[in-house]
Design a protein around this ligand. Structure first.
Ligand code: NAD
Length: 459
């Protein structure tokens, strides 16, 4: 995947703070369209890895573009933020804003970068916050940077001049989905920029010009809200379908048919209608909680989003609860777990269904045989191979090994190769062909015909 850069486009010196899913992909894509990019991270090992041409995250096309743009001299990686920020026309912030125990967003990483920027920059510079931050945060970031800028005469720039520099903060929320991050960036449906001055708006417009993607330019606070409103809407859609799916089971309807019937209505749309074991990942869970928290702070109860959160919490363990009713115990049973990551196409485990369910199974004394094409390395950091409390976990190299002799199987992630398993394979390999499918990957009838006892969601 690549974009041809038109020669008349202006090339900017861009620094990107944080090389996670958002920062690294943004940095690489900025380089791809012709900007001069330095990616900054505090993690030395990560920087070393990236310099050697290896992507620290699993994301289609990313490594290839990293290598191409690094070789072309448009992309660099460093832990030395000073050298990167000092030279930059624009600094994009893509550090994490993880959830805190009360649901609010942890803004300490943003604050650290803001302070580093203030203490480093020596020329006019636009700071662009890509991280997802509560509405109003960027006003504070701008104030924070101004508060920490050395006063005139306090410090001279490296070229000896005193400083009077313009620095503003813009909001540029990110909408990429993990697994398709590069495509989502180079071919985004829209780019949202939130600025409170023409100067900032012009710079961002020029930076994004070579992408040739519609730009929606709004006030900074509205841009911040667009991000939360979009993510929470999708989370709501998922929870709504899961809620309806649970009711379908009780009243004898099939959620797959219901979703298909709904999907023809353009007002509803055909995406995000799949029922399953709930949403996970680094965004929906935390962004729903953060918006709900923000509303509470303002004395408002965001009832819809609250409901989405509640439904999702229950949904994550719905299969475990079903299986617990069917089996006397998991103790000593061989349990095949297919899929560990929160969705296919990524090695990210954040808020994955597996992380909710595996500890429950281990606690019951299950002997888990887990398979995931890329999730093993991250998962085994949390649950090392071997005994884990009352149970044990073994990571296997293929699906067959996981299923061989298993008493029960749980499907948590819809990887293509898991979807492709024929019902007969479950019947042939498992000791008891009992399958709990959290992603509705197989037909009820075909599983029944193959002799598999099969439970899924909403049908
Ligand atoms: P991440 O946790 O994968 O990466 C954050 C990176 O920032 C890490 O590599 C960390 O070492 C680095 N870092 C921390 N402090 C630093 C500092 N002072 N200077 C330089 N680097 C520093 O995070 P992510 O998943 O890329 O998410 C980043 C933000 O983007 C979050 O606010 C998230 O909500 C938002 N977002 C994420 C996604 C997604 O799919 N992951 C999509 C849209 C928006």
């Amino acid at each position: 995947m690549s974009i041809e850069c038109e020669s008349e486009n202006t090339s900017f010196k861009i620094a990107v703070a944080g090389t996670g899913y958002v920062g690294l992909v943004a940095g690489v894509c900025f380089a791809e369209v012709g900007h001069q990019v330095t990616c900054v991270d505090i993690d030395k090992d990560k920087v070393q890895l990236m310099k050697s041409g290896v992507s620290p995250i699993y994301e289609a096309d990313l490594e290839e573009l990293m290598q191409k743009n690094y070789a072309a001299g448009r992309l660099e990686y460093t832990t030395d933020y000073k050298s990167a920020y000092r030279e930059a026309d624009a600094i994009f912030i893509g550090v994490g804003t993880p959830e805190q125990p009360d649901g609010s967003a942890n803004l300490s990483y943003i604050a650290t970068v803001a302070r580093q920027i203030a203490e480093t920059i020596e020329k006019d510079c636009l700071v662009v916050v890509k991280s997802t931050v509560p509405v109003g945060t960027n006003d504070k970031v701008q104030q924070f940077i101004h508060d920490f800028l050395p006063r005139e005469g306090e410090k001279t720039t490296s070229n000896g001049a005193g400083r009077s520099i313009r620095v503003e903060v813009a909001s540029n929320p990110e909408f990429l989905a993990q697994g398709t991050a590069v495509r989502d960036t180079l071919q985004a449906a829209r780019i949202i920029i939130g600025t409170d001055s023409k100067w900032a708006e012009d710079i961002l417009m020029k930076i994004y010009e070579p992408f040739n993607i519609p730009i929606v330019s709004v006030q900074r606070r509205s841009a911040e809200m667009i991000k939360y409103a979009s993510n929470d809407f999708l989370a709501l859609k998922i929870s709504y379908m899961n809620d309806i799916a649970n009711l379908c089971e009780l009243v004898g309807a099939d959620i797959e048919d219901v979703a298909r019937g709904m999907s023809f209505d353009e007002r509803i749309g055909s995406k995000f209608l799949n029922a399953g074991i709930g949403y996970g990942g680094s965004c929906f869970p935390k962004d729903t909680k953060a918006l709900e928290y923000l509303a509470r702070q303002h004395g408002y109860e965001l009832k819809t989003v609250k409901a989405a959160i509640d439904v999702n919490t229950d949904q994550k363990t719905i299969l475990y609860k079903k299986a617990s009713k069917r089996l006397i115990t998991f103790n000593g049973l061989k349990v095949a777990v297919l899929g560990l990551t929160f969705k296919p196409g990524t090695d990210d485990l954040r808020e994955a269904a597996s992380l909710e369910n595996v500890p429950l199974l281990l606690d019951q004394g299950a002997e888990i045989y887990a398979y995931d094409p890329v999730g093993k390395s991250n998962f085994s950091k949390k649950y090392p191979e071997g005994r884990n409390g009352k149970g044990s976990i073994k990571y296997v190299e293929n699906i067959q090994e996981a299923l061989d002799g298993a008493n029960v199987c749980f499907v948590y992630t819809e990887w293509g190769e898991i979807r492709e398993i024929k019902p007969e394979v479950y019947k042939e390999l498992m000791r008891t062909p009992l399958v709990y499918d959290g992603r509705n990957l197989y037909g009820i009838q075909e599983m029944e015909e193959a002799g598999v006892e099969y439970y899924s969601i909403g049908r």
